[in-house]
Design a protein around this ligand. Structure first.
Ligand code: PBG
Length: 341
């Protein structure tokens, strides 16, 4: 027995006693280099259109990109993930691999403005097909192997336009190997593949599909994206993508799949990105607008949790505001906001 008459116990609260001690004990710190900012590029000129369900997120045209990139640079963000919204859509999504397609133009515009800014491109057909599906259709069936050459073409066209990294998000089987082979054959041996290896058939993509105008005309994506109920299967997907040549992998969405991020971190040593998707963003913004949550603290807690789970990269629409907060106040955690206020 101790003086207080209780059995001995450990005092964890000692290290939580002051902000200075909490800082010393802190295991996870977020930094600007952790972030990749997703960006929707649309056709036309002078376009800067806010996505209704994603306040603060804009579809912008190619001519606006130099300004956008310099803003990101100033904030300390050095990488973006690009999505294209083409003027024309067809059955095969041919505007996805056209030399003068919106993404190809966007890549060139960014590289011209800032050669060292890292451009990652989303490789998928759904934004470019008239039916909004990720692959070649036979009736209502999405064909796997027939889709692969289209993905390879898109990936090679991105690399040719100057993309630093290609990120296939379609969830067809065998696409990482096919794209690696296609890139190598065309001389892009140094273009890495960041694969959306564990991408779930999630309802959290709703606002994105409005933003990217890629709502499927019929059906859903459950025949290729993963069942939210499955965890072990994610590790098979990741392992296969690494074997096929993926240089890094993405788990998506983030918040509801942190167990997958954490399990992947324990099993694999490649860079792991978590994609904090549109619905996750929209929920926080909506609640904050209603005054129901403390926006800044909720966002910082969310980002910290994603990193704590094991992601070393966070793809997030919150990236700009988070990095601005980090810089303005040198807050590296939600806790430190108190001192800054
Ligand atoms: C497919 C793609 C999607 C997202 C990224 N790439 C949507 C989908 O699979 O329907 C979702 C991103 C988000 O919700 O923020 N090209």
């Amino acid at each position: 027995m101790t003086d207080n008459g209780y059995p001995p116990f450990r005092r964890y609260r000692r290290m939580r006693h002051s902000e200075g001690l909490r800082r010393l004990a802190r295991e996870t710190v977020i930094a600007p280099d952790d972030f990749i900012y997703p960006l929707f590029v649309t056709f036309g000129t002078g376009v800067r259109r806010e996505v209704p369900s994603m306040p603060g997120v804009f579809q912008i045209s190619v001519d606006q990109l130099p300004r956008e990139v310099s803003e990101l640079r100033q904030l300390g963000i050095g990488a973006i993930l690009l999505f294209g919204i083409p003027e024309e859509k067809d059955e095969l999504g041919s505007s996805g691999y056209a030399e003068d397609g919106v993404i190809q133009q966007a890549i060139r515009a960014i590289k011209q403005a800032d050669q060292n800014f890292v451009v990652i491109t989303d490789v998928c057909n759904c934004e470019y097909t008239s039916h909004g599906h990720c692959g070649v259709l036979h009736g209502e069936e999405i064909l796997n192997d027939e889709t692969l050459p289209l993905l390879v073409r898109a990936a090679v066209s991105h690399a040719a336009a100057g993309a630093d990294v290609v990120a296939p998000s379609d969830m067809m089987d065998g696409r990482v190997g096919a794209i690696r082979h296609g890139l190598d054959e065309t001389g892009f041996i140094n273009t890495p593949i960041l694969s959306y290896a564990a991408k779930y058939a999630s309802a959290f993509y709703g606002p994105f599909r409005d933003a990217a105008e890629s709502v499927p005309a019929f059906g859903n994506r459950r025949s290729h994206q993963m069942d939210p109920a499955n965890r072990r299967e994610a590790f098979m997907e990741i392992e296969t993508d690494i074997q096929e040549g993926a240089d890094g992998v993405i788990v998506k969405p983030a918040m509801t799949y942190l167990d997958v991020v954490s399990g992947a971190r324990e099993r694999f040593d490649v860079p792991i990105a978590a994609y904090n998707v549109s619905g996750e963003y929209a929920m926080i913004k909506a609640a904050a607008r209603n005054g129901w949550i403390d926006e800044q603290r909720v966002i910082l807690e969310t980002m910290t949790s994603i990193k704590r789970a094991g992601a070393n990269l966070i793809i997030s629409y919150h990236a700009k505001e988070v990095v601005a907060w980090l810089r303005d106040s040198r807050v590296a955690s939600e806790d430190m906001l108190e001192r800054v206020k």
